[in-house]
Design a protein around this ligand. Structure first.
Ligand SMILES: [Zn+2]
Length: 71
């Protein structure tokens, strides 16, 4: 079951909620457990972001192929 991380903007408490994706899409209770505030924001800390593979020696850019043939 995925865990969703939240932070309360009223008391700066971090808390986690477990819900299935279906439950999450229906809307889960995001109330802060410490102060009952609903000023909570979803944290994305545990989400892997694997965009922008900036490998310095990758065969990308320019017009040279990995086989060594430049145009
Ligand atoms: Zn709170």
């Amino acid at each position: 079951m995925p865990t969703y991380e939240y932070r309360c903007s009223d008391c700066d408490t971090d808390f986690e909620l477990e819900a299935t994706v279906a439950e999450y899409e229906e809307g889960i209770d995001e109330t802060c457990p410490e102060c009952d505030s609903q000023q909570t924001t979803r944290r994305l800390g545990s989400v892997m972001i694997s965009m922008g593979d900036a490998s310095p020696d990758g065969p990308q850019g320019g017009c040279c192929t990995p086989g060594g043939g430049c145009c």
